[in-house]
Write a protein that binds this ligand. Structure first.
Ligand SMILES: [Zn+2]
Length: 510
């Protein structure tokens, strides 16, 4: 039997620090359930001391996760650790994840602490965490730029104090694969009590090496990897979960490791994240991008047609990518709808299913064929998009080369109905003018793009907008067969995200 690699997912914590990827509590709960189904071993739910909102989200996530451990990130202080455990104490398997910087540059310029003071802080914080749970992880922030012998001392101290997982992050994405593997080997060799803990790696993609460094860490002895769906994360992102899992799987004879991940749920999980945060997956993205399995060049196609193994190292089915074909029509029943949703990895309650099924019927009146992408968009619109502050109730738009583009709309703002009519240069401009006037905010429109979710002139339009207000930006997404309505939904979605972002919070850099 081959050894197991533990998958620690930090999409909800490090991933959420990705610019524009802020999620609300409902969205986080939905994603946490999907990660739990996917089979990740640990879900890092957030950084409870960062803000009131983060604390609540972590608490709520702890209640819905059934199988995975739920981790809370805490700085090395009593207050953070107490608050962190308070948020996860309802989880079935809670884990406290505490961290402090160990590189000279961070200790001097950020912490203003000596090496001795950092060692003392590690002893104190890990011991404090152990009073709550035996499941304690310690991270040496900026480990890859730390002095190796000091790091040996750091790790030894953390394990002595009771840490059961030791994470070695390449916080700033600086390490090179061989060098990073050597560091892990060095720790394995020189830390006396190393066998009492699991070594973990956490890499960033600033030089495009996150996956390579993570795999080098595994080869050198790490048994936990910290990853995010689609590799989202601050700056250039974190290590992509799907890349590491598939590398270990496709090259099993080389690595000889297993994971608990249900690979056929990889694609649905990544799609869900992309829909929630409103960022499309790039076509060329490894494993999950639109082109990842498209064999365009003539010679390749010829080979693939004769025998798929000539150029295909894995099948789209193995990661749960359905062929984009017609799935539902006007006459499809509730059962067919339920089946398709389950294939996509959604487990809905009967009431939620009713809601989605009604939306499917409504959409089928407007367009003939309903594709998987349409179905996903509906689930998100109907079930998981929680319009918090602003909601569109009614929209009428007039345009053409003989008319002054006009938008008349009704919105619910903090529970009150209000309506307005406005002009614009074009219909979208008129809608955006009307919305900003009605809610009394003037955010700057940084980006506006329209995509057809599927082919055909009756395809649903999917609109993405980016708004900027003060020093905050937010992405919004909306879909509808009418692109003007889709634009309004996207604009309002971004405004809701912007409103949510007004809460000040602290970011952790691990
Ligand atoms: Zn990180």
């Amino acid at each position: 039997m081959s050894e197991k690699i533990y998958i620690f997912d930090t999409t909800l914590r490090d991933g959420e620090q990705s610019p524009g990827a802020t999620m609300n509590t409902e969205e986080k709960k939905r994603l946490a359930r999907q990660l739990d189904n996917l089979g990740v071993d640990v879900i890092e739910a957030g950084f409870p001391a960062a803000s009131e909102g983060d604390f609540e989200a972590v608490k709520e996530i702890s209640k819905v996760v059934e199988n995975a451990q739920v981790a809370a990130l805490c700085r090395a202080s009593d207050a953070d650790i107490d608050r962190g455990f308070e948020a996860i104490k309802g989880a079935r398997y809670p884990r406290i994840h505490t961290f402090i910087a160990t590189s000279d540059i961070h200790m001097q310029h950020k912490l203003g602490m000596s090496r001795e003071e950092v060692i003392a802080a590690i002893k104190k914080s890990v011991s404090r965490a152990r009073e709550y749970t035996h499941n304690v992880e310690f991270s040496a922030e900026d480990a890859s730029r730390s002095d190796w012998d000091f790091l040996v001392q750091v790790v030894e101290t953390a394990i002595d104090a009771g840490a059961t997982t030791i994470n070695i992050p390449d916080t700033v994405g600086y390490a090179q694969p061989e060098e990073f593997g050597d560091l892990i080997r060095y720790l394995k060799k020189n830390v006396k009590n190393i066998d009492n803990a699991i070594l973990s790696v956490h890499c960033h993609n600033d030089l495009g090496l996150a996956t390579a460094n993570t795999l080098a860490g595994i080869r050198a002895g790490a048994r936990q990897v910290e990853v995010t769906l689609c590799g989202i994360g601050e700056r250039a992102g974190n290590t992509a979960l799907e890349e590491v899992v598939m590398a270990l799987h496709v090259r099993n004879s080389y690595y000889g490791f297993e994971t608990n991940i249900k690979k056929e749920l990889l694609y649905p999980a990544c799609r869900l994240l992309s829909m929630i945060i409103g960022m499309p997956i790039p076509a060329y993205k490894a494993i999950i991008g639109g082109n990842a399995f498209a064999h365009e060049a003539g010679i390749h196609q010829h080979g693939v047609l004769k025998n798929r193994l000539t150029y295909e190292i894995m099948t789209p089915e193995s990661i749960g990518r359905p062929p984009s074909e017609l799935v539902l029509g006007k006459h499809s029943g509730r059962h067919a709808c339920k089946q398709q949703l389950e294939n996509l990895g959604y487990k809905l309650t009967p009431e939620q299913l009713d809601k989605v099924f009604k939306a499917v019927k409504d959409l089928a009146d407007k367009k003939k064929q309903i594709f998987l992408e349409d179905l996903e968009a509906l689930v998100l619109e109907e079930i998981y998009r929680i319009p918090d502050k602003y909601k569109l109730k009614y929209l009428c738009s007039i345009s053409g080369n003989m008319a002054i583009p006009t938008a008349t709309l009704k919105m619910e703002i903090d529970g009150m109905d209000e309506q307005i009519s406005e002009f614009g240069v074009g219909p979208v401009d008129a809608v955006f003018n009307a919305i900003s006037k009605l809610i009394g905010r003037q955010p700057k429109l940084v980006k506006f793009s329209i995509n057809a979710i599927t082919g055909g002139t009756d395809a649903q339009g999917e609109v993405t907008v980016i708004l900027e207000e003060g020093n905050k930006t937010a992405i919004g997404r909306g879909s509808d067969p009418d692109i003007i309505v889709a634009s309004a939904k996207a604009y309002i979605n971004a405004l809701n995200r912007l409103a949510r972002k007004q809460e000040e919070k602290v970011w952790a850099k691990v």
